[in-house]
Ligand binder design. Structure first.
Ligand SMILES: [Zn+2]
Length: 299
């Protein structure tokens, strides 16, 4: 498929410059989709697990993951993991030393289930819990280094799509910040090489049509004027013998690999639909391609 992309060079509030880029080959008959997940914590990708599984197993796509923090802050709910790893993981000092390696292994075990290919570890401090992205970006992470590294990863990987967690007001400041950094990194690339950035969130099945996100205050790159998710993948979609299987099984397998994060079984698989918002900063022209991609995931 040949895909022509109209690229918006500036964010809202600045003069709006539009260029028509050269036609790019996008995923279709002759090429697989290439996706980069950008997440803050080693278990955040569970929010997209069913979509990732379909991309790799149904479309033959490539999915890589860039993990921004070292995961060392995940000690509060590690009680159940202490006898498994024989380490006092609820002790912060002990956890800060051992959790980064443990959680990378858990991440890659889950990634093997959904077909993640490569991992990039940025090892920023998983600390300073706050809802405030300004604090994370200004005082906890080395923001310039993260942006530079993500830009390099995106350039070398030639990704079509970057997926991060939706940066809504009530979510962890690290989640917001990782997605904001992904947006900034894409903007630093030449317009013709910018991947589309999507923000993902797991929606309840009975409210998937109603969910709204219009952007995070103070971060114009996160704006979504329509407020509506552009694409969805329903984990409850049935398949297999007598239609007895669905994609919640895959999500549960991924979550089960994160033994050090005891609350995930209760918190992370509450929704049934993986919803994706298309940031306005991507420009209008990529929307159709995203809709088509998710149509193909449901074929
Ligand atoms: Zn997280």
């Amino acid at each position: 498929m040949t895909w022509c992309r109209v690229l918006c060079l500036t964010v809202l509030g600045s003069p709006f410059v539009v260029l028509l880029a050269q036609s790019n080959e996008r995923p279709g008959d002759d090429q697989s989709v290439r996706v980069l997940l950008v997440t803050a914590h080693p278990d955040d990708d569970a929010a997209f697990a069913a979509t990732v599984y379909r991309i790799t197993h149904h479309l033959g796509g490539i999915v890589d993951l860039a993990l921004v923090t070292d995961g060392s802050g995940g000690f509060r709910y590690a009680t159940l993991a202490e006898p498994i790893y024989n380490i006092e993981l609820t002790n912060e000092a002990v956890a800060r030393e051992y959790l980064p390696a443990i959680r990378k292994r858990e991440l890659m075990a889950g990634g093997a289930i959904v077909g993640i290919r490569n991992y990039f570890f940025l090892d920023q401090l998983d600390g300073g819990y706050t809802l405030d992205a300004d604090t994370v970006l200004g005082a906890v992470w080395d923001t310039a280094s993260v942006r530079e590294r993500l830009s390099q990863i995106m350039t070398r990987g030639s990704y079509d799509v970057v997926v991060g967690l939706l940066p809504f007001e009530q979510t962890h400041g690290h989640h917001k910040s990782a997605t904001i950094m992904a947006l900034h990194a894409t903007q630093s690339l030449a317009p013709a090489r910018r991947p589309i950035v999507l923000g993902g969130f797991v929606c309840p099945l009975d409210r998937a049509e109603e969910m709204r996100f219009e952007g995070l205050a103070g971060y114009p790159l996160t704006l979504v004027a329509s407020g509506r998710p552009l694409a969805r993948f329903d984990r409850t979609r049935k398949f297999g013998y007598n239609d007895r299987l669905d994609y919640r099984i895959v999500v549960n397998w991924v979550i089960a690999e994160h033994k050090s994060q005891g609350t995930m079984q209760l918190l992370m698989n509450r929704g049934e639909v993986e919803c994706f918002w298309y940031f306005d900063a991507n420009g209008e022209a990529g929307k159709e391609w995203v809709v088509e991609l998710f149509d193909r995931l449901r074929d």
